[in-house]
Unconditional design. Structure first.
Lengths: 197, 419
């Protein structure tokens, strides 16, 4: 896993291509990574995203990725440029991309470890809202439930806010139900803590 | 709420002990298992109330079917079992997230979805392999789970809007714009998707689920409404209904029977899902959130109440089984003793360690019209505690066979009787 991560980091040109909104670049023939991933890592990173607003995808369960690519294709979830990218995907494409993304190494946490005060507040919120019931004790996800630990902080906050307002309808509405009662400061603490796991 | 002492506890007790396999949950077990989880610190009114913390409840996550249908050759039909004399086969495949069904007089079957925003038409003519062509007639809808065909029109229920597609059979290309019928509905995602049907009174029946697992619902929720076909004159005909995703009318009495999904997170074994009967429209309260399964007062909301205040269920359908679509068998293809009995699709549990449901059961009525027994009919969706498919709705087809939708595989199966 570590080795493949280094390989991803050797693709700086793709990030520029992504930011310019350019079409997907073809991978080198001897690229050890599945070819179709090259375009994804340009923006999302090789497991860990370094781009604000763009989520890390490393070790994301394939079944979850299928649901999100589907929602992008069907415009159930709006997030440029993913709607345009997924527009032409076949069902087989959804599955193939998802399977490839699931092989990326888990994201590295951003920033320092959470301080004790944040940890205490966040764990109380996690207990109250039963995050671990679905996402697992380590918040690493499984099946169609996403990995959220070490996700980018601002992305986590944005996702929770959009679930709460129903601007982002979940593939299954479970998160819309759970997020209804979240306060702004709870979202802030959850995002800060989970991003640092 | 409307007290209903005349039906009361006796009827509920009569139901206990009936049913199939591990189903019956005795009232005397209730007290021992009904203690609310001590670690839960959620406000009582919260949609989250009643979810236990970590531990054994971990990994008990909802199992939403994938958005991609299973290839026809990989459908689990060989694993599905039906009683002697019956056979089950694939009727149609490639119907991602196939949920509620309704049939036009020419045999066209319309199918709603919960997660993929589509409504399908399954054409009546069978191909060489016996399966049927599927067309997508609407896309981009928000949880269009409910479909009802009536007088040439297709009624489609989104989460908070009900539409009518006129002359649908001549517009299967999806080009026709629907007319809005009714949108005085809450927008809650939780239990917001709807089953709909049109009754023998030519009225449209629309459930509004509770907006969470367990709470005191607003007056606008936890009920079934009926209205004129143009959406006017809506009235509440049943209260205390947590989340009904299937109903039908008894062909003899014309009374409405409906399934109701019980609350989560009290226990692995209680409460049961319910099968209920509306005998006095507008005046009955079916218990939620005060009393579950006719015998079990809620650990929090039940204090100060007795289950005898509420209408007891006609039958118990198992804990967490997610009993959804149900229809009376009105065909003549099956043996005579199936006539007017009730088929019920149990989608299957998610928050139970040993999964339960994932089948179609038959609820048999006795001479008194009450449910006398419940027995398996289609089994095999649950293999080694994993789902290979999940039944959502049942429909008595025009030829008397029984269609069963499966949202996990995006398929419809046909059960027929070989005389």
């Amino acid at each position: 896993m570590r080795g493949s991560r280094k390989a991803f980091r050797a693709l700086p040109g793709l990030a520029a291509a992504c930011l310019a909104g350019a079409a997907l670049a073809a991978p080198a023939a001897d690229d050890p990574v599945p070819g179709r991933l090259a375009a994804c890592v340009g923006c999302h990173g090789a497991g860990t995203s370094t781009t604000e607003g763009v989520p890390s995808l490393g070790a994301q369960p394939a079944d979850y990725v299928v649901t999100q690519l589907f929602q992008f294709r069907e415009k159930q979830r709006e997030a440029a440029p993913m709607n345009d990218i997924a527009a032409g995907f076949s069902d087989d494409d959804l599955r193939a991309y998802a399977d490839a993304i699931a092989t990326l190494p888990p994201p590295a946490r951003s920033g320092a470890a959470p301080d004790d005060a944040l940890k205490d507040r966040a764990q109380a919120i996690i207990g109250k809202h039963q995050c671990t019931s679905c996402h697992g004790a380590d918040l690493a996800g499984h099946d169609a439930i996403p990995r959220i630990r070490a996700q980018r902080e601002e992305y986590l906050a944005k996702a929770l806010t959009a679930y709460r307002s129903n601007a982002r309808p979940g593939y299954d509405p479970a998160m819309n139900e759970v997020a209804q009662d979240l306060k702004d400061d709870e979202i802030r603490d959850l995002a800060a803590y989970i991003a640092r796991l | 709420m409307t007290p209903n002492p005349s039906r009361g506890l006796a009827a509920a007790l009569a139901c206990l002990g009936l049913g199939l396999g591990p189903l019956p949950v005795m009232a005397q077990e209730t007290k021992a298992t009904a203690t609310p989880p001590a670690t839960v610190q959620v406000d009582k009114g919260s949609a989250l109330y009643g979810r236990p913390e970590g531990g054994g409840a971990a990994k008990l996550a909802p199992v939403a079917g994938p958005p991609i249908a299973t290839a026809a050759a990989k459908l689990p039909v060989a694993q599905l079992k039906v009683p002697d004399g019956f056979r089950i086969e694939v009727y149609a495949s490639g119907i991602a997230n196939a949920r509620s069904m309704t049939q036009a007089p020419d045999g066209t079957v319309f199918v709603g979805t919960r997660t993929v925003g589509k409504v399908y038409a399954v054409l009546p003519q069978a191909g060489a392999d016996g399966t049927h062509e599927v067309r997508t007639i609407a896309t981009g809808l928000h949880r269009p789970n409910g479909v009802a065909f009536h007088d040439g029109a297709l009624y489609v229920a989104e989460l908070s809007k009900i539409w009518r597609y006129d002359d649908i059979l001549t517009h299967l290309d999806g080009g026709e714009k629907p007319r809005l019928v009714y949108d005085d509905l809450p927008k809650d995602e939780a239990h917001g998707w709807k089953f709909i049907a049109i009754g023998p009174d030519d009225k449209l029946y629309v459930p509004v689920g509770a907006p969470g697992n367990i709470q005191l619902p607003p007056d606008t929720h936890a009920q079934i409404r009926r209205m004129d076909l143009d959406g006017k004159n809506a009235e509440v005909i049943a209260r205390g209904v947590r989340n009904s995703v299937g109903f039908d009318w008894n062909p003899k009495t014309k009374q409405l029977w409906f399934t109701d999904n019980g609350r989560d997170w009290v226990s692995e074994d209680i409460p049961n899902d319910e099968l209920n009967v509306v005998t006095d429209p507008g005046k009955q309260h079916f218990g939620y959130p005060f009393c579950h399964q006719g015998t079990f007062t809620d650990p929090e909301y039940g204090w100060g109440h007795s289950c005898s205040e509420f209408t007891a269920p006609a039958a118990l359908l198992g804990p967490h089984t997610a009993s959804l679509g149900m229809r009376f068998y009105t065909g003549t293809q099956f043996p005579a003793d199936y006539r007017d009995q009730i088929f019920i699709a149990r989608h299957g549990s998610w928050n139970r360690t040993a999964k339960l449901g994932g089948d179609v059961v038959l609820a048999r009525t006795g001479p008194d019209g009450k449910i006398a027994a419940t027995e398996p009919f289609v089994t095999g969706f649950l293999q080694d505690n994993k789902y290979v498919g999940r039944p959502v709705d049942v429909l008595v087809a025009r030829d008397g066979s029984l269609l069963v939708s499966d949202d996990y595989n995006g398929a419809i199966y046909r059960v027929s009787y070989a005389r």
